[in-house]
Design a protein around this ligand. Structure first.
Ligand SMILES: Nc1ncnc2c1ncn2[C@@H]1O[C@H](COP(=O)(O)OP(=O)(O)O)[C@@H](O)[C@H]1O
Ligand SMILES: [Mg+2]
Length: 423
């Protein structure tokens, strides 16, 4: 779908993937937007027609995206390329390298997408604080589990090198190693497992935005009820987490060093850390806005739109951000997890309507369908988002909303979905 001829625009952004709210932001930031999307019908029709062009292309297929972009670039030259979803980031980076336009490099994005490659790059430097070992077969993984758990005297973490959403993340001891490793699908093992010392401490994520190579700390997100064994599913997030100035300074130094080392120049990054005493340990990072709608929490708390600011800078327009962005309020998201089963017809919205600060809520499985048991981020059942100027009130209201939501979403019968292997 292409609109009629116009005067040459000053900026043309190629957006790879995304959803309606992101397309809307892109349209506000660039003179023209071209959208690559695997299922463009998911994007609101009015937004599609406002784009200069919408191309149906599988955004997980980097070669297809690069080749389509090369062809289009001859008649519709792009200024910049951006992606905000995990699955679209490599294609966007491949296009950036192929066309020489603004965006994050393929090398930088690759390092954030592969936990082994990231740890290899950081080895020997100040961010190398977690003992780890790579494995591409079960025998090597077994040896690594034995060695790391003997060294720490504790069970260790095993996870897929290119995993996301807590899929197949396991706490493993020498005793359970055989069984857990047998549960991993062949393709996951072949794609690489990383074995890591289990890091104690509170877990946070650090949200940054990079504008033409200059990094800014937007804030730290607290992971509510920190992910724990056996599935390490994330239950909720609160933004911003108030931390002592000294710790914030240390976090800023560490994360900016990380972004520098990986070669990140543009856009939002979401870096997960654990803080044990004074020590900041890196868990993983992503060259994209935080998932679990943390990007929305940031908008609610900060009163600015960091994604829009990053798109604006990316296409060469003036976009400034002060070093400190004070939060006017706090925002939180809480997820409802469960054992699964037939989803009841009581609307979640009705159950929590009166909760102060309620901003959004959604049941992730429609009434009448069968919800699976929660084993990762993709099998959670519902969420609620709240905002409030008072952190204590927000925490209390979130608790109330979640307890009501759990009742509203509780599946009425015994779970009927068989548990997946290794999930
Ligand atoms: N080395 C580690 N020590 C302690 N907990 C960890 C470690 N690695 C991962 N985890 C836990 O598992 C969760 C998921 O792991 P993560 O590396 O973030 O993978 P994913 O890409 O699936 O989100 C983390 O949020 C954290 O709670
Ligand atoms: Mg993670």
């Amino acid at each position: 779908m292409t609109r009629g001829q116009q005067a040459t625009p000053r900026s043309r952004l190629l957006l790879v993937g995304g959803w309606s709210a992101i397309v809307e932001k892109a349209l506000r930031c660039a003179d023209e937007v071209v959208l690559f999307h695997g299922t463009p019908e998911e994007i609101e029709p009015v937004l599609r027609t406002t784009c200069r062009a919408v191309e149906t292309v599988d955004t997980r297929n980097e070669n297809a995206c690069v080749s389509r972009a090369r062809t289009l670039h001859q008649t519709l030259p792009f200024t910049a390329v951006a992606a905000v979803r995990d699955v679209d980031c490599l294609a966007a980076a491949g296009i950036r390298d192929a066309l020489g336009i603004a965006g994050n490099s393929r090398t930088a994005v690759d390092l954030t997408r592969n936990k082994i490659a990231m740890r290899q790059t950081l080895a020997g430097g100040p961010l190398d604080t977690v003992a780890w070992a790579p494995a591409h077969d079960r025998a090597t993984a077994r040896l690594a589990i034995d060695a790391l758990s003997a060294a720490s005297g504790q069970p260790v973490i095993v996870k897929p090198a290119t995993g996301r959403g807590s899929l197949d993340v396991r706490l493993v001891s020498r005793e359970t190693a055989e069984e857990v490793l047998a549960g991993y699908p062949e393709t996951t093992v072949a794609g690489g497992l990383i074995v890591e010392r289990f890091v104690d401490g509170a877990e946070y994520s650090v949200e940054t935005v990079s504008l033409n190579g200059h990094h800014h700390l937007l804030g730290v997100t607290e992971k509510l009820n920190p992910p724990r064994p056996p599935y390490f599913v994330e239950e909720g997030h609160l933004f911003p987490k108030r931390l002592p100035d000294l710790m914030l300074t240390r976090i800023r130094e560490r994360i900016f060093l990380l972004l520098e080392t990986l070669g990140i120049e543009h856009g939002l990054c979401h870096t997960e850390i654990k803080i044990d005493g004074e020590q900041v340990h890196l868990i993983e990072t992503h060259a994209r806005p935080a998932g679990d709608r943390i990007w929305r929490l940031m908008e609610l708390a900060l009163g600015i739109d960091p994604i829009e600011i990053s798109f604006t800078a990316l296409v060469g327009r003036t976009a400034a951000l002060p070093d400190e962005v004070p939060a006017a309020r706090f925002a939180a998201i809480g997820y409802v997890s469960g054992d699964g089963g037939p989803v009841p017809a009581i609307p979640l919205a009705d159950a929590i309507r009166e909760i102060p600060g309620l901003t959004e809520s959604r049941q992730l499985y429609p009434a009448g369908t069968i919800a699976p048991p929660t084993r990762d981020s993709y099998s959670r059942h519902a969420f609620v988002i709240l905002a409030d100027p008072c952190e204590t009130a927000l925490r209390g209201n979130l608790e109330t909303a979640l307890s009501r939501a759990r009742v509203a979403c509780a599946c009425s019968e015994r779970p009927v979905v068989a548990e997946g292997v290794g999930r």
